[in-house]
Design a protein around this ligand. Structure first.
Ligand code: AMP
Length: 431
C-alpha cells in the first residue's frame, strides 16, 4: 500500500515523501480514505502510530479541494490537551501543508495572547488549540467558530483525564451542528465511549494497537531498586550503556527538579519540563532535546503528554505512574513508527502495588532484571517486603514479572527479553 493508493493529491504526496515516509502506517491506511470520504472517525491509537498524519493529510486535502472560504474563519478545529501537543500538531500541519495555500495557526495558554489574535485576524483555515485558551479567544470575540466543518479531538482520553470535559462541551456549543468529527484516544474508558456516542455519527471505528496495549516494538524491563538508589542506578545505566538520549518520567515536579540537578552534578546534561516551568523554559528544553543538544529530558506526565521526539531510544519510568494507562502513554514515546525502543522502569518496593495494574493492562508481565548491587541493597533494607514481592508474583510462574533475588554465585545471566542489551553487571531475575 502506498500513500498514492490512499487517494492523496500529488502536493501532499510530495510533502509526505520529503518527510521520508514511504509506507503509510496502519492507522493512516484506515483513516485517510475514511476521512477523505467525509466520515466521522473513532481512532483508537496512541502517539507513535502516525495518527497526526492520519488526520492532518486528509483534512488538508479536503479543505484545499473546497477552495478558500471568504471569511477565512477556521474550517477545521483541532483540540489537543497540552501546549506541547498542540504545538506539535501545528508543526505537522504546516509541514504536510507546505505545498498548499491553506493557513493554520496554534493557540495555547502560557504565552501572550496578542500575537495569536493578530494571526486569527489574518485568517486561518486550520486552528489547533488547547481548550482553555480557545475559550479565552471565543470569550473575547477574537475567534469565531461558526464555520468549523471538521472537529478533531486529539488524545481525547487525556483531555478528559485533565478535566477538560466542561471546556470541550462549551466549545461544542460554539460549533455548527453539521460537521465531520474525528476523535482519537489511546484508551477506551466509559467516559470516552460516552463522548464518542454523543459526538460521532456512524463513525468508522479504527483501532491500530490492541486495546490498551503498549507498542509492540518497545522492549520493556523492570529494574527493582531501592528508592534512594534510583538516581545512582539511572546515572550508571546512562553512562555504562552510553545512552544517546532518554526521556525520564517522574511523578512530581519537585522530583523532576531534584533528579535533573543530580544528573547535572554528575556530568549528564539534563533539563526538566513540568507545569511549574515557564512556557519559554519548556519550549527551550524541548527544542534542545529534539535537536540532540540535551541528553536527558526529565518530565512529568502532563508536560510530556504526546511529545513527538524522533526515534527516542530510551524511556525511563523513574517513578511508576499512579494510573496504569499513563504507563502506556509514557512508553509510547519510544519505539516510534519504524524504530524500536527500550522502556525501563525503576521500581522500588513500595511501588509494587502500581506494577500489577500496569501488567494487567498490558496483558503480560514485564521482564524483571536485577542490576547487581542495587536490588540487593533493597533486599537488605527491606527483606520483608522483598520476600512478599516475590511470593506474590510466583503464581505467574517463571515468566512472571515479580521480583526475585539475584541468583547467588555463578556468572551474571540475562533475562531473555533483554538478552541483546549491553549494560554490564546485570543479572536476570529467576525465570
Ligand atoms: P504520531 O503518532 O502522529 O505522534 O507520529 C509519530 C511519528 O511517526 C512522527 O515522528 C511522524 O513523523 C512519524 N510518521 C508518521 N507517519 C509515518 C510514516 N508513514 N512513515 C514513517 N514515519 C511516520
Amino acid at each position: 500500500m502506498s500513500f498514492a493508493q490512499l487517494g492523496l493529491m500529488p502536493r501532499l504526496l510530495q510533502a509526505v515523501s520529503t518527510q521520508g515516509y514511504t509506507i503509510p502506517t496502519p492507522i493512516q491506511v484506515q483513516a485517510i480514505p475514511a476521512i477523505l470520504e467525509g466520515r466521522d472517525v473513532m481512532g483508537g491509537a496512541q502517539t507513535g502510530t502516525g495518527k497526526t498524519a492520519a488526520f492532518a493529510l486528509p483534512i488538508l486535502q479536503n479543505l484545499s479541494q473546497k477552495g478558500h472560504s471568504k471569511s477565512r474563519r477556521p474550517r477545521c478545529l483541532v483540540l489537543a490537551p497540552t501546549r506541547e501537543l498542540a504545538a506539535q500538531v501545528g508543526e505537522f500541519v504546516e509541514t504536510y501543508g507546505k505545498n498548499l495555500t491553506l493557513r493554520s495557526t496554534v493557540v495555547f495558554g502560557g504565552v501572550g495572547i496578542n500575537p495569536q489574535i493578530d494571526k486569527l485576524k489574518r485568517g486561518v483555515d486550520i486552528l489547533v488549540a488547547t481548550p482553555g485558551r480557545l475559550l479565552d479567544h471565543a470569550g473575547q470575540g477574537t475567534v469565531d467558530l461558526a464555520d468549523v466543518e471538521i472537529l478533531v479531538l486529539d488524545e481525547a482520553d487525556r483531555m478528559l483525564d485533565m478535566g477538560f470535559i466542561h471546556d470541550i462541551k462549551r466549545v461544542l456549543k460554539l460549533l455548527p451542528a453539521k460537521r465531520q468529527n474525528l476523535l482519537f484516544s489511546a484508551t477506551y474508558s466509559d467516559e470516552i465511549k460516552q463522548l464518542a456516542d454523543k459526538l460521532l455519527n456512524n463513525p468508522a471505528m479504527i483501532e491500530v494497537a490492541r486495546r490498551n496495549t503498549a507498542a509492540e516494538k518497545v522492549d520493556q524491563v523492570v529494574h527493582p531498586v531501592g528508592l534512594k538508589e534510583k538516581r545512582v542506578l539511572l546515572a550508571q545505566l546512562i553512562k555504562a550503556g552510553d545512552w544517546s538520549q532518554a526521556l525520564v518520567f517522574t511523578r512530581t515536579k519537585h522530583g523532576a527538579n531534584r533528579l535533573t540537578a543530580y544528573l547535572e552534578t554528575n556530568g549528564i546534561g539534563a533539563a526538566a519540563i513540568h507545569g511549574n516551568k515557564s512556557q519559554s523554559a519548556r519550549t527551550k528544553a524541548l527544542a534542545d532535546f529534539k535537536a540532540g543538544r540535551l541528553k536527558i529530558l526529565v518530565a512529568t506526565d502532563i508536560a510530556a503528554r504526546g511529545l513527538d521526539i524522533d526515534k527516542l531510544p530510551h524511556v525511563v519510568n523513574f517513578d511508576l505512574p499512579n494510573v496504569a494507562e499513563d504507563y502506556v502513554h509514557r512508553i509510547g514515546r519510544t519505539g516510534r513508527a519504524g524504530s524500536s525502543g527500550i522502556a525501563i522502569s525503576l521500581v522500588s518496593a513500595d511501588e509494587q502495588k502500581l506494577l500489577r495494574p500496569i501488567e494487567r493492562l498490558l496483558g503480560k508481565a514485564i521482564p524483571v532484571e536485577i542490576i547487581e548491587g542495587f536490588a540487593q541493597n533493597q533486599a537488605d533494607k527491606d527483606e520483608e517486603t522483598f520476600v512478599d514481592f516475590r511470593r506474590s508474583s510466583s503464581g505467574r510462574g517463571q515468566k512472571a514479572g515479580g521480583f526475585a533475588k539475584p541468583r547467588s554465585g555463578g556468572a551474571p545471566r540475562r533475562g531473555n527479553a533483554m538478552a541483546n542489551r549491553t549494560t554490564p553487571n546485570r543479572t536476570s531475575a529467576s525465570r
